[in-house]
Design a protein around this ligand. Structure first.
Ligand code: APR
Ligand code: PHB
Length: 392
C-alpha cells in the first residue's frame, strides 16, 4: 500500500488534518487503535477559539457546530464570594469563543470521513513507524491478525499522549518539559440547565470549581480533589453538595441538580516535547503537549498544530517546496508555550495547593486581573486565543 500522508490516531487532531488534506486532494490513510465508540466516549472540554472554528469551517464540517454551538462573549471568575466578568467584546477586540463539545466535533469529523470515503482503519494494532528520518518512511500495523505496510511521504503522529509517534523520536534528540500539580478535577456531566449563560471559574475556601455546559440543557461541572480520591466514592448527592458549598451565594440558588451522565477524575499536568518533528514525522496535538484544563486550551492547541502542518503540506505538494517542513516545530512551539504559560498561570491563580503565601497571592492576582482594564485584557486576549502565524 502507498499513500502521501499516514495519520496515526483518529482523535480530533487526526480527523481534522485528514479532512483538510483530503479536501485538498492530498491522499491520506488514518490508523486508529481504538473503536469509534471508544473515541466518542471520551468527554473533554468544549470551548472553541476562533482558530479552530475557522479550521472546522475550512474543512467543510461546520454545519452542526454553526447551528448548535453557543457563542460566548465573556467568562466569569468568582472569588471571595463575588463574581466578576471578563468581557471579550471590551477586552479582546470583540472576539468570542464557541461552546461546543469536543465529542461533537469528533463525531462530525468521523461522519465526514465516512461520507467522503477516504480510508480510515479502526482497531489496528502494533503500529510502528520505520525510517522517518529517511526519504522513504514506512508504517506497519496489524489488523485482524494480518500484517500491513504503508509506504508514504510523511507521517502525522496524532496519537495522543500515550501513542507511539513521540517515542519513535530517539530519546537523545528530544527534550521533555513537565509539571505535575497535586490535584485532579472531578468532572460531572448532567442533563440539567446550566447555572448561568456563561462559564464561571471560581475559588472558594473549599476549593476550585468550574460551571460549564454543553448546551442550554446539559451542564458540565468540576471541583478540584486530591489525587488519592476515587471517583467511586463520589455519589451524585455528594458531588452536588460539594459543588454547592463552593458556589457564591448569589448563584447557589440557581443550581439545578440531577443524575450524572458521566463522572471522572482527571489529573492536571503541563507537558511539552521538543522538537515536534523528526525527519518526515510530525507530532500533532496531545502527542506533543498537554495542558491542565484551566483555560480549555487542549483542543485549541491541537488545532493550531493541524493548521500549521496542513498549510506546510500545501506548500510541499502544491508549490513543490519540500523544505517548508523545517518550520513546523518552531511555529507550533511558539504558540504552544504561550498557551502552556496561560494554562499554568490560570491553574495557579485558581487552585490552592496548600501554601499560605501562595494562597494570598491568588487573591491578590484575582483582584488585579479581574479588577483592572490591563488585567482583564490579559485574561481576555489569551482566553479567546492567540492568532495563527502565517506559514511562508
Ligand atoms: N496507534 C493508533 N492509534 C493510537 C495509538 C497507536 N499506537 N495510540 C493512541 N492512538 C489513538 C487514540 O486511541 C486516540 O483516539 O490516537 C488518538 C489520539 O486522540 P486524542 O488523545 O484525542 O488526541 P488529539 O487528537 O491530539 O486531541 C487533542 O484531546 O486530550 C484532549 O485536551 C486535548 O482537546 C485536546 C485533544
Ligand atoms: C468543559 O466544558 O468541559 C470545560 C470548560 C472549560 C475548561 C475546562 C473544561 O477550562
Amino acid at each position: 500500500m502507498k499513500t502521501q500522508v499516514v495519520i496515526i490516531g483518529a482523535g480530533p487532531s487526526g480527523l481534522l488534518l485528514g479532512q483538510l488534506l483530503h479536501n485538498a486532494g492530498i491522499d491520506n490513510i488514518i490508523l486508529e487503535r481504538a473503536t469509534p465508540d471508544y473515541v466518542l466516549g471520551r468527554i473533554r472540554a468544549g470551548v472553541l477559539e476562533e482558530g479552530i472554528v475557522s479550521m472546522v469551517r475550512e474543512a467543510g464540517v461546520a454545519e452542526r457546530m454553526d447551528r448548535e454551538g453557543l457563542p460566548h462573549g465573556g467568562v466569569q471568575i468568582a472569588f471571595n464570594g463575588e463574581i466578576r466578568r471578563v468581557d471579550f467584546h471590551k477586552h479582546a477586540n470583540g472576539k468570542q469563543v464557541v461552546v461546543y463539545g469536543q465529542t461533537e466535533i469528533t463525531a462530525d469529523l468521523m461522519e465526514a470521513r465516512q461520507a467522503c470515503g477516504a480510508p480510515i482503519h479502526y482497531k489496528v494494532e502494533k503500529v510502528q513507524i520505520h525510517d522517518p528520518d529517511s526519504d522513504n518512511p514506512l508504517v506497519t500495523y496489524e489488523k485482524d491478525g494480518q500484517q500491513h505496510r504503508i509506504a508514504c511521504d510523511y507521517i502525522a503522529g496524532c496519537d495522543g499522549f500515550h501513542g507511539v509517534s513521540r517515542k519513535t523520536i530517539p530519546e537523545s534528540l528530544r527534550t521533555e518539559y513537565e509539571k505535575v500539580y497535586p490535584v485532579g478535577w472531578l468532572g460531572f456531566l448532567a442533563d440539567t440547565p446550566p447555572i448561568d449563560e456563561e462559564l464561571i471559574y471560581g475559588v472558594s475556601d473549599k476549593g476550585f470549581f468550574l460551571c460549564s455546559m454543553r448546551s442550554h440543557t446539559r451542564s458540565r461541572y468540576y471541583v478540584d480533589v486530591s489525587l488519592d480520591e476515587k471517583v467511586e466514592d463520589w455519589s451524585d448527592d455528594r458531588f452536588w453538595e460539594e459543588l454547592s458549598s463552593r458556589l457564591p451565594e448569589s448563584v447557589r440558588g440557581k443550581l439545578v441538580t440531577g443524575p450524572s451522565l458521566e463522572k471522572s477524575i482527571a489529573p492536571l499536568r503541563s507537558y511539552i516535547c521538543e522538537p515536534m518533528q523528526y525527519g518526515r514525522l510530525f507530532l500533532v496535538g496531545d502527542a506533543a503537549h498537554i495542558v491542565p484544563p484551566t483555560g480549555a486550551k487542549g483542543l485549541n492547541l491541537a488545532s493550531g498544530d493541524v493548521n500549521y502542518l496542513y498549510r506546510i503540506l500545501l506548500k510541499v505538494y502544491k508549490e513543490n517546496r519540500p523544505e517548508a517542513i523545517a518550520q513546523y516545530s518552531a511555529l507550533c512551539l511558539r504558540r504552544i508555550w504561550h498557551a502552556e504559560r496561560f494554562s499554568w498561570w490560570m491553574t495557579n491563580m485558581l487552585h490552592d495547593f496548600g501554601d499560605k503565601f501562595d494562597r494570598k497571592l491568588m487573591d491578590s492576582e484575582l483582584d488585579f486581573y479581574t479588577g483592572t482594564d490591563a488585567g482583564l485584557s490579559v485574561i481576555a486576549e489569551q482566553y479567546v486565543g492567540l492568532p495563527y502565524e502565517e506559514v511562508v
